[in-house]
Design a binder for this molecule. Structure first.
Ligand SMILES: [Zn+2]
Ligand SMILES: [Zn+2]
Length: 229
């Protein structure tokens, strides 16, 4: 259900959040820049760029040496194999120390980040406040929407849950032998009379009570065999 009201709420708050998101991104770029200009990164990136030797090729080589059954070849092949294993372990080790190393570089350059960190802290607080206002604005837009709002399914489920999945008029399905009615969520003051979609204006009714109470909905009948309790 698309309506300009909801699109506007989204757009407004997206615009409000943007500058603060940018501040948080700035901290990340600053961190990245510090890391990428450090001597550690220089060494690290070169070590990582060493060619990765495929173990299968080495094994193939070792097999050939066995085929020729020459002691020299076997020793040679074994040494290469060993070398590759050590090298791969070294690569694993590099991956393992990358994060701690990065942290060390950042800690050493903490003074360069202080202002960014402070701004980010403030930005996070502001974002939290904006998100809270956004939720409230969205809720209010839904409540005051002249027809069923986009969050209707959730709203409906909240009402059913609040009312214990029982008709607030007759208590159905409690005491009824057969489960033969639908549960509806009904507007106490109808929307067309200016009633809102607020939870206080919504209540759970079985389709029989709903039909009796809501003359405008005289066509209400059991619509499905799908039961909702
Ligand atoms: Zn009922
Ligand atoms: Zn109704």
């Amino acid at each position: 259900m698309k309506s300009p009201i909801f699109e506007n709420v989204k757009k407004t708050y997206r615009g409000l959040k943007e500058p603060y998101k940018k501040i948080i991104e700035d901290l990340e770029s600053a961190k990245k820049a510090i890391w990428e200009t450090s001597i550690e990164y220089w060494i690290f990136s070169r070590l990582k760029r060493l060619p990765i030797i495929d173990l299968r090729i080495v094994l193939f080589f070792v097999m050939i040496t066995f085929f020729f059954d020459s002691t020299d070849f076997i020793t040679f092949g074994f040494l290469i194999f060993l070398g590759v294993v050590v090298y791969d372990l070294f690569l694993i080790f590099l991956n393992f120390i990358e994060h701690p190393l990065k942290d060390r570089v950042l800690t050493r350059n903490e003074h360069k980040l202080t202002s960014y960190v402070e701004n980010t802290e403030t930005a996070k607080v502001s974002l939290k406040r904006i998100n809270k206002n956004y939720a409230a604005a969205w809720d209010s837009a839904c409540e005051n929407f002249e027809t069923y709002p986009p969050d209707w399914e959730k709203r409906r489920e909240d009402v059913l849950q609040r009312d214990g999945y029982k008709c607030t008029k007759c208590g159905y399905p409690k005491g009824f032998k057969r489960r033969s009615r639908d549960l509806h969520v009904h507007h106490i003051i109808p929307l067309y009379k200016g009633g809102s979609n607020s939870l206080s204006n919504l209540t759970t009714l079985c389709h029989i009570c709903h039909r009796n109470i809501d003359k405008k909905h005289s066509r209400i009948r059991k619509i499905s065999k799908k039961r909702r309790w």
